[in-house]
Design a protein around this ligand. Sequence first.
Ligand SMILES: [Zn+2]
Length: 881
Amino acid sequence: MRTDTGQIFRIEDYRPSDYLIPETRLTFRLDPEATVVIAELVIERRPGVAPSTPLVLEGDGLVLRRVEIDGKPAGKQSFEVEPNRLTLLRPPAAKRFRIVIETLVDPSANTTLMGLYRSSGIYCTQCEAEGFRRITYFLDRPDVLSVYTVRIEADAASEPLLLSNGNPGETGPLPGGRHFAVWHDPHPKPSYLFALVAGDLGVVDDSFVTASGRKVALGVYVEHGKEDRALYAMDSLIRSMRWDEEAFGCEYDLDVFNIVAVSDFNMGAMENKGLNIFNDKYVLADAETATDGDYANIEAIVAHEYFHNWTGNRITCRDWFQLCLKEGLTVYRDHEFSADQRSRPVKRISEVRTLRAHQFPEDQGPLAHPVRPRRYREINNFYTATVYEKGAEVVRMIRTILGPAIFRQGMDLYFERHDGQAVTIEDFLAAFQDISGRDLTQFALWYHQAGTPNLSVSTTYDATAQTFTLEIEQSVPPTPSESRKRLMHIPLAFGLVGADGVDMRWTTVDGATVEDGVIHVRKRRHAVRFSGMATRPVVSLNRGFSAPVTLSVERPRDDLVFLARHDGDGFSRWQAFNTLATDALIGAFRSSLGGKPSGFPSEIATLAVAFAADGALEPAYRALALTLPGEADIAREIGANIDPDIIHGTRAELARTIAEANAATFGELYEALSTDEGFTPDAAGAGRRALRNTLLDYLSLLPGGAALAARHFSRATNMTDMAAALGVLTQRHPGNDRTQSALAAFERRFSDNPLVMDKWFQIQASVPGPGTVEAVEALTRHPAYSTLNPNRVRSLVGTFSSANQTAFHRPDGAGYRFFAATVLDVDGRNPQLAARLATALRSWRSLEAVRRDHARTALLSISSTEGLSTDLRDIVERTLA
Ligand SMILES: [Zn+2]
């Protein structure tokens, strides 16, 4: 583990490396405890750098065996070695020279899952962001691009499969039952994209012919016996390769493309050139063991990692401050892919829900940072919703501002200009500025300034003049280390809906700020006046969620009811109903706090049934409309003095009100959807299941509800229905005997499948109520649980702390104490995982006073512990600051 030096890295301190490494030859002599790594590096001094300049290579916990310079052993006086650094004090005077470095690493002891490690007997690597320095001393920074040749030597019986980046070369036997394979990657790449896999795995093979006729051999490698569960990943890969050619003109550039699934992995997956390594959760699926959500994630993540081949690998980041250059852009691309494969409005609503659930709290709390951060202490902590999800929204806004055709031309120019380079956000924006002639200076603040902008809007209608006026005011709340904010350029898509539900035609008096259905908000205050309005329109704002802002509009509630029925924009129609439900829940929360619980406006239940029964809408859309705002969403909207128990009670009460008002219709719809059409993982099948399972959740609140859910569980023919029924039972009827026997049946059936057992842990970690603290604690001693496996830890402790509002925030602080002890325990083995878990307390200041004190005590108990990793210390100290 890296020791915390307290060092802060700042973007303004960037300077190019004195030395480059145009060629890297690596030899791995694999051994479980003592792997020898020989790195032969061609080093080149950059022009203008003095010949006497020392060469400083980064390392992390390495054992050095020897150093050679230009073919001769390096004398003791010529270098200095530490576990974290190797310095050649007086490198050769020649512009180019060669060095050989031999290091020793222990893959079995590596529980951080960074660098070279073993997972279920498979050797694998994870090098992003700074894991390569755990393999050998190197210039481990993304702007040092090198051509790699890799030779792997291993035991032929236990590691028949030897993979690395690029194209396969020579293979052959070695003495002692060993063998070797050579791989060569002709595309220069940064060290974070290096990968190696060795082991004994099964494979699903296929091939793809690119637009220009290159035949690519495709492989998805999984544990023997699981090949059938890798077919959907392969299918997703082939669709991704075709889509990227059609949508962005991006063609694959090697003879092979391999995906390997491993069970111990810190992230979702990693885009190593030609050899993607995946968390097996995002590869393995069949109807019996994977939900529709799992299928959608596999499709999206396979696409995401594949798309990195151009946005990330061919064009990479100059430094880690530019992480959003590859991530935000690639998330945008995978969103577009999924929207094309599935339903665009449904996909958009899901994206926005994710953004609000994960990015908005980040932006509104102590961990807020710009999409392009300016400083970091531990880069691992910046793989955040802000960099990924808000980063994707920023790219989407560029497309909204420029229009699809110019956006595509800008992307083409970016690829053409920077292929093979390590670049910055400024380079990315310049391509769009140059192609469009537009000034994106103010827009660039989206990358540089943290915080979610707010737009307050009021409207006036003048019947005599037939004008309709929008007054828009923007503000950006202060965030840590940024108290004063500059004004943003916010593209706000809109429509003016007439009484017949059809968008009215309009002309603006102030035309400069409105084009193609988008208001360009750039100033603090804006008035946009529309003329020729014979009747008062209802304004639909931020259509398609064109900008990641919060919006407060002064208007009669009837306008929202109208939009929930008639808005022609699918996203905004969903949003109108969601806003009505959120407002009703906040109103009920406030009156409960005041001791006078109130009911809910009757139109909520009326609209719910209208959505449910509207056959013109896709089932998946209807399911989303019927899903009430989550407890964390409601808490975020309330903002301060949060009592999670009251929120939970209020939300359950609204669900019951809707169910009781619509019992007959919901029951009929549920039955009508119950005809088994056989499982297909496509969007249409998934949508029908989503609607039916949402209806089940409502029906379970009525008399006989537990029996209905238990029947749904026992008759389920796929994991989607089974997990949904178990979720309904545990959420709505936690103490019921039927719930306990369903949990036991599920465990019996799937005890040998770790990924399905993750769902079992997750479902139990989500059970509302105070007793879940002890239940989760007891589950950490379950034989299927392992603190070494990130998926297990996330499914139990991660779910408990980030998705169970009532149990985690138990008023006596027991949830926080369990949580703090677990985070500290995990930190000793896997700092990245510990730091990720610790972010669950980022919104602690918005809790009511008693819980707030307990949360603070728990955070202090972590921060006062000796020997914390840099990762965890950074998160906890920023959370407390
Ligand atoms: Zn990525």
